[in-house]
Structure formats: C-alpha cells, structure tokens
Design a protein around this ligand. Structure first.
Ligand SMILES: O=C(O)C1=C[C@@H](OP(=O)(O)O)[C@@H](O)[C@H](O)C1
Ligand SMILES: C=C(OP(=O)(O)O)C(=O)O
Length: 780
C-alpha cells in the first residue's frame, strides 16, 4: 500500500505550547480520521501539542487531504508505514476494529518501531471490551495503555466534519488501569486539558453502565423511533408534518450506523439492562395515560422537567436554576434619587415553608406569591425528588398535592440545596424523622456553613445524622428510621443562638417524635414555622421564648398567600432613605413583628418611614411601606433587634455609612456564618469605597460620613462613597447592598459575583433601574 509523504511545514510543526518550551509529544499517530480522530488531530495541531502528526486510515483521500491541509506530516492505510517513533497513539476506529489495531501496535513494538512505553489511548464509547481486546493481544498490558472516552461528538461524521474546538468544555473519561504508568496518565490528562476538555477518572465497568443509560440508550431509541415511523404506510405524511419534537428527539439517528452497530454489541449487557429498565418506565407512563391519572402524570412530567435542569447544576455545584449566566457582575453608574411605587417578590422564608408543609399535608395546597428564586426552588425540587407532585411555579402560583406525614419517598439522588441554608437545615429536621436514608448537599458556599448546630440536637432526639464535610459541614448523611430503629423522641432544647433555622428544624422533627419537643430561644427569631403550622391545623404552644409541639399530628392543606419579602424590601428602603428627594412606596410587604428589625433600626436612625393599608395575608401581617429621604444619624444598635434584622445588616451598613456619626453593631457574630462572613466582606467593601470602619469579633463600628445639615436643608446631596471594584464573595445580600451604595457614590461601582442575587431577589437590577438607579448587568 502506498505511503504518502509530505514536505513538513517547519513553522507549523514546531509551534510550541505557550506554557512549555517543547511540545508535549514528539509524534502523535492518529488511527482513524473520522470526526473524533480528525478533530483531535486538528486540536493537537492548532495547540502545538506535537512535533509531528501522522495518521492511519483506510480511506486514503482523507489522508491526502489532511496532508494537503498541512494537518499531517505523513499518512498511510498501514500502521507500520508511519508509526515509527510515535510517543502517542490515538485509536479512533469503530469499537470492533480496535483489537486488529492492537495486533499491529504489538507487531510495531516487537520489531522496535515503537518504544515499549509509548502511550496508547483510544476514544471509543465502550471501555471494558477495549481492555479485553488489549488483554487478548498483549501478554502483559503495556504501561502506556490508557483507555479514554471524550464525551463529545456531533451527528455529522467523517474527516470533513472535524472541529478543533469539539472538546472544549466537554468531559473526557479516562480509565486508569493498575498497569498504567503515572507518566502516561499525566501526559494524557495534559493533552486533553490543553484542547479544552476536563478529565475525569472512572472505572471501566462503571463507565460502560453509565454510558449505556446516557448515550447508548438514547441513540438506540432515536434509531428505533425513526424506524417505527418510517414503517408506517403514511410515513410521508408523518415525516412531512413532523415538527420540532420529532426532529429534536431523532437528531442523533443521523449518526454513523456502523459505529453504533459496534457499540450496541460491544456494550451488550449494560445496554440490555438499561433497555429493560426503560420498558418498565414506558409501561408505567402508558398505564397512567390509560388510567387518566392526572396527578401522577403531572408529578412525573414536572419531576422530569425540573430534573433535566437540576442535574447539571448539582454536578457543577453552581446556582440552581438556569440563570442567564453562571457568573455576572454589576457596573453601576452613580445616580442620586429614587421614586415610585413597586412590588417586591415573595418572602423567601415563607416560600420555603409553604413547600415543606404543603407537601406533608393531606389535600391540595395552593400557593400564590411564591418566590421563584433559586433558594426556594431548591426546596421545591427536593420535594419533587421525594415524589411530591407540585404544579408550577407559574407567576408565583403553585399547586402542591400533599402526600401526608408519611408519604415522602426516598430520593434517588442526593438532595441538592444549592446556596440555601434554610432548605438544608429545615429539611434535615424533616428527613431525620423519615423511614428512609437521605443525603443533603449544596454548593461550595453552603457546604462551608455550620451544620452541627442542627445535627447535634437532632442526635439528642435519636436521629442518626452525620455532617460528612470537613468541619461539621455538609454533605449531610441521614439514616432513616427503618434502619436506625426507634422513632425520634421529643427533647427540651435550649438554643445557643437565636436562629429560626435551628428552631424550625427541631420543631419539624418534633412533628414525628414521641412526646413533646420544646425549644427555648435566647431572643425572638422569625416565627413563620410556628404560624404556618398553626395555619395548617397543627397545634403549637408558644410561651414567651419557649415553643413546643407534640408529635403525631397531621397537617391539612389550604391556600397560602406569600407576602412580599421585607428582607428584599430593605434594599429599597435604604435606597430611598439615603438618596436625595426620594420617595418610594413598597406594596404589601410582610411586617411580621419578628422581621421588622430593619424598620425599627432605620427609625432609630431617624429615617422617614410610614406604614399604610395594614392588613393580614395568610396569617401574616402586611402593609405598604413608604420611605423618604432623610438625614440619618448613627446609633448603637440594640442587640435584641439583631435576630429581627439578621439578613438586613449588609444594607444597614450602607445606611450607617451615610449617617451622621458613628454606628456600632454588637452581638451579631451570626453574620460571620451566612453565605459569606458578612462582617468581614462588608468591611472590606466599605473600606474600598472610602468608609472608615472597624471590625470587631461580633460586629462592626462604622464612622458615618453623613452631613450635619439640619433636616430642613436639601437632604443627602453629598457623596459618601468613592468608586471601585467590590468582590461580593457570591453573596447576594453583599452584591445588592453595594448596588444601593451607588446612590451616594462619586464614581462607578463594579460588583463582581452577582449571579447569586437570583437566590433571593430575581429581577433586582431591573426593579432598581425602574426606580432610577443605573445598573448594567454584565454576564460572563
Ligand atoms: O428561617 C429562615 O427562613 C431564615 C432564618 C435566618 O437564618 P438563621 O436562623 O441562621 O439566623 C435567616 O438568616 C435566613 O435568611 C432565613
Ligand atoms: C442567610 C440567608 O439565607 P440562607 O441561610 O437560607 O442561605 C439569606 O438569605 O441572607
């Protein structure tokens, strides 16, 4: 067979990687110039990863073209003609042809054309049979053998479909065999990372089982559905009118039949078991349709829709919902006045609890005003994962089909709580009492927050719960009562901190415990759990700071109207208070007295705030809040107000910076264990913007820069903050607080890491701009 040589383009061939003086390889030999092989060759070439590139392919026109394009230095249909001196061989042929390639490679090693430690890898979709094939050929597996699988592709095949960027942001699974040398693994990892992929090690059999479900089964179904429709007599009509769904679902049936033929046989047993499982599910959904079981069908469809979005985020430990960008920043131009009448999104704490109690109730619960922020959506998804049918959210409306106190089912995957401390802590109380085991995990920030504060008292109730993170942190592993034995028992617990999350966690666990569960809080904290339990017909005894429930009761579903969140309203309250000639009215905001610390503190600072249209919505008091510009004064914040304004301190620090004189906060150590250390992070940002402040162990002292002008003079005209770059540490409340600072800034403020604003206040920037601020959201 003919060998085609080509004059080497010296410049291109010696192009170096930016990070090293030498290319990673002397000569790479790619066997098979199909889509994957040719794309990898192109990526190696474009990134200067090899001194020379050669290829083997039975289709000589592809080889010739690749040489003409300057991609290859040489090529042939016969391996022995080009392989000499290669230090990497990439096998990119159909699975069934790999064994024959191994025979050729062994011969080249035996006759000295190839070094014994040459790296040999492949890109095939199955792994066990590749290892079996190598074992059949080599007496001992070569130390350079590293089976691999790039999870990337396209329905187009062949040399012409190649793209050097095919692997960017894709995963490559590599199977490290006991025989493989560390150097081979390290070099192959370096190669894949250099072409933009991320490498994951995986055991070969596990790889095959996973791929059977995620790749092989969908391809098989796509081919089969096209076959089914094509066999109809009226197939022309079917194809002519086949709209997006058919096209989307069967896109992959345009893939290479030979390749898939080989894969289906190569991974036979894993594919057959995936197919058997699929048949069971298919039959189940068929039956739901026959039975007209609307609740169960909605449950299945809702769960599947949400799970489709959810898995990606869970794996990446990133924000929960499909936000427009995984990282974003604000560029804010100073403005000096705000005005208008606006509606703030629903209360986060009440939204969480509506899902939890609605799911555990008997009957249907209809929720309006639900906060469609990532934190509350994490709670929603967790209950879907545990088998609850929840319709929506649709414009804040939800219908929850309660499953009763004993109706939750084990989730098939760890429950992902995203960024939400409330979800994780309240759910751990509920799950500690369930029959089944659970695992709770979160994003990078949540997995750093203290969880022993709930795990330790739950253990006193008899729960079996482990905080498996490094410092009493998540992931939490909870053993179900079926394994752990007896039911939980009520305890009388003195809470060391005034935390509504600890209180709620224990009260919720107490619903299933034997006897009475009592918690005593050192200070009043938000009481939404107590209120909502009562609204669902569950008796709760409140005696000052002692709150008790008896285990064994039931909840009855009903309607819940979620009021606007005072914690979100706080940003706009401060915005109007610190800026010039401003007046804002915030409609129907929750003014539960356990949440109104922000109003009390601002009033002590002489803010101009008034409430009107006071009424009750779903057991919670609400009012319109009107706030106007005022010359604030610095104060010593009374410690009893700290739990009543716990989430509002970041923005209160902005208010304090604009006040005349010093503001002192003490007794607020809890701020250090929120989404960020809110004392340290706020102090850093304030200093960046030119405000003098001193961090203390449990608080902050801020030297306000407000004017001494009397209240009749033009209010709030001077700049307090300079401009600068603020790092929010991905904490939503830090990001929004510094956005508010722009109303008294002399120059632009840029805030990095604002994507988490969606956890509590989706639409914040749009609303801020609507009342006169100037926030430009930049997505990365
Ligand atoms: O119970 C709740 O819904 C919450 C309680 C507070 O946390 P702690 O209980 O940790 O103070 C608060 O910071 C959080 O945003 C919501
Ligand atoms: C602390 C907060 O929430 P969580 O604890 O639920 O993450 C917050 O929203 O400020």
């Amino acid at each position: 067979m003919q060998k085609i040589n080509h004059t080497v383009n010296v410049q291109a061939a010696t192009k170096l990687t930016p990070s090293s003086a030498q290319p990673l390889f002397q000569q790479v030999c790619v066997i098979g110039l199909g889509l994957i092989g040719a794309s990898l060759a192109q990526a190696i070439k474009d990134n200067g990863l090899s001194q020379r590139l050669v290829a083997v392919d039975r289709h000589l026109p592809s080889i010739e073209e690749a040489i003409q394009h300057g991609l290859l230095e040489a090529g042939s249909a016969i391996l022995s003609e080009v392989v000499s001196g290669s230090d990497l061989i990439v096998i990119a042929v159909p699975v069934q042809a790999v064994q024959a390639v191994f025979v050729d490679i062994k011969a080249a090693m035996d006759n000295g054309q190839l070094d014994i430690d040459c790296i040999i890898t492949d890109v095939c979709s199955t792994k066990v049979n590749i290892i079996d094939a190598a074992q059949a050929v080599f007496e001992t597996l070569p130390t350079g053998l590293v089976p691999a699988h790039p999870i990337a592709g396209a329905e187009n095949s062949g040399y012409h479909a190649r793209r050097a960027t095919l692997f960017v942001n894709h995963s490559v699974i590599i199977c490290e065999l006991p025989t493989t040398s560390h150097l081979a693994i390290a070099k192959l990892r370096q190669l894949w990372e250099a072409v933009g992929a991320s490498v994951m090690p995986m055991e070969a059999a596990h790889h095959d089982a996973i791929l059977a479900h995620t790749s092989h089964l969908p391809h098989l179904l796509a081919f089969n559905l096209v076959e089914q429709l094509a066999s109809h007599d009226d197939n022309l009509d079917i194809f002519r009118y086949a709209a997006g769904g058919f096209r989307d679902f069967t896109r992959i049936a345009a893939s290479d039949p030979k390749m898939w033929h080989d894969i289906f046989f190569a991974n036979q047993s894993a594919i057959v078991s995936a197919l058997d499982e699929y048949s069971v599910y298919l039959n189940d959904i068929r039956q739901l349709i026959i039975d007209k079981d609307s609740t169960a069908l909605m449950g299945l469809l809702g769960r599947a829709q949400a799970a489709r979005r959810h898995f990606g985020h869970m794996l990446a430990s990133t924000p929960y919902t499909d936000t427009p960008a995984m990282s974003a920043s604000y560029n804010i131009t100073p403005s000096n006045t705000v005005s208008g009448t606006i509606t703030i999104p629903g209360d986060k704490s009440i939204s969480h609890r509506s899902i939890m109690l609605g799911s555990l109730a008997t009957g249907v619960t209809r929720v309006t005003g639900f906060l469609e922020g990532e934190d509350a959506l994490a709670t929603l998804q967790a209950f879907r994962d545990m088998g609850v049918t929840i319709e929506g959210p649709d414009n804040g409306n939800l219908t929850i089909h309660g499953v009763g106190m004993n109706g939750l089912k084990p989730s098939k995957t760890p429950l992902y709580m995203g960024n939400s401390g409330t979800s994780m802590r309240l759910l751990s109380g509920i799950l500690a009492a369930q029959a089944f085991d659970s695992v709770l995990t979160g994003d990078t920030s949540l997995n750093k927050r203290p969880m022993e504060r709930v795990a330790a008292p739950l253990r006193q109730m008899g729960a079996v719960i482990q905080s498996t993170g490094q410092k009493g942190t998540a992931p939490l592993s909870i053993t179900g009562r079926d394994t752990a034995g007896k039911p939980l028992k009520g305890i009388d617990y003195e809470m060391p901190v005034a935390s509504a999350q600890i209180k709620s966690c224990l009260l919720l666990a107490g619903l299933w415990a034997e006897g009475t569960t009592t918690v005593t809080q050192p200070e009043v904290s938000r009481d939404h759990t107590e209120r909502m339990l009562s609204a669902f017909g569950y008796p709760v005894t409140v005696d000052g700071n002692r709150i008790s429930v008896e285990g064994g009761g039931t909840l009855t579903g009903g309607d819940i109207a979620v009021p606007a969140d005072i914690s979100s309203a706080a940003f706009f309250m401060v915005a109007a208070a610190i800026s010039q000639d401003s007046e804002l009215t915030l409609k129907q905001v929750g003014i539960n007295p356990t949440r109104t610390g922000i109003i009390d503190i601002l009033k002590l600072m002489q803010a101009d705030i008034s409430l009107s249209n006071e009424t009750h919505v779903g057991g919670e008091p609400v009012a319109d809040i009107t706030i106007r510009s005022s010359n604030l004064v610095g104060i010593e914040i009374p410690e009893y107000l700290v739990p009543l304004a716990i989430d509002e301190f970041p923005v209160l620090f902005i208010a304090a910076s604009c006040a005349q004189g010093r503001t002192v906060l003490t007794g607020a150590k809890e701020l250090r264990v929120k989404e960020s250390d809110r004392i340290a992070v706020m102090a850093d940002g304030l200093q960046t913007l030119g405000v003098d402040c001193t961090v203390t162990d449990d608080g902050l002292i801020i030297e306000g820069k407000g004017s001494k002008s009397n209240l009749n003079e033009v209010k709030n005209s001077q700049a307090v903050f300079g401009g600068g770059h603020i790092v929010s540490h991905h904490d939503h409340r830090i990001a929004m607080s510094f956005a508010v600072a722009s109303l008294r800034a002399s120059q632009q403020i840029n805030i990095e890491g604002v994507e988490t604003v969606n956890t509590s206040f989706p639409g914040f920037a749009e609303l801020a701009n609507q009342i006169g601020m100037s926030i430009d959201v930049v997505s990365a």
